[in-house]
Design a protein around this ligand. Sequence first.
Ligand code: PHE
Length: 341
Amino acid sequence: LAARFAQEIAAAADLAALDAVRVAALGKSGEVTQLLKSLGTMDAETRTAEAPRIHGLREAVSEAIAAKKAALENAELERRLATERLDLSLPSIEAPRGSIHPVSQVMDELAEIFADLGFSVAEGPEIEDDWHNFTALNIPETHPARAMQDTFYMDERGADGAPKVLRTHTSPVQIRTMQSSPPPIRVIAPGRVYRSDSDATHTPMFHQIEGLVIDRKITLGHLKWTLETFLKAFFERDDVVLRMRPSYFPFTEPSAEVDVGWSMEKGRRVVGGNEGWMEVLGSGMVHPKVIANCGLDPDEWQGFAFGTGVDRLAMLKYGMDDLRAFFDGDLRWMKHYGFRF
Ligand code: PHE
């Protein structure tokens, strides 16, 4: 019997055949199992003689099966190693990768530029109450900025009892910052803002970045230097020229709109030089009433603020002509402008 099983085990060509031999020998009704069971029916003398032989047979068969199993598995591994070889020199399939949206990228650039100037980043809610978005900023009830066509109103009312709004600018973050952190203050506040307006240069949602500096001896000179330094760094040109035009915002006094000079290069308008002007931001010295509205003493604290459109800055820097393309999600457009890394 031992010889027969040894021969059958040796002949097993694969794991399935080997398992069939195992069942025939050691399975519930296998031949070796039967022999083991028969020990119980033997008289003591015969059992003493037979037991070592039968147990020995069981040992030998299961050892032979284990050895053959290892050999078969090894052979299978060898076969796979030989046939399933990876060719590491083959070019790989290009996996599509995501990229940072141009607007996010420009906001990151701006945050970096201002971080170098000592500004930190402040935030406020996009659903804002009337007081922060308008009243605290000295925008009277009758101001046209409150008119229905510009502002998106919510059903929900704020603590001030007036309907909440989708913030129409990032200026309410000025208020929140002055209320929550003691001066001196140097912050920028990038974020989404909303106005009911849509054409090639306006989208109902767009991005602004607000700047606010509050300290004891801040002048218009600091504002001009800060804007000049920031615009030169952003457009990566030393020949960026600024023009400050007197203007009006309820929350700054005096107020100035700031233009940058452009010139023609290779048939394209680029920022730099002064062949013409285009407006890039609104700014001014924070109105004493606004400072007082935030619980600070305007005789002690003063400062400047500015606000600019991030999408517009991106258009100018990268020579894009339709603001709406920013929000179409067209990957060909992203690739064209090189926003891919
Ligand atoms: N909030 C103004 C706007 O949206 C911009 C601005 C900010 C002007 C700060 C002056 C000071 O147009």
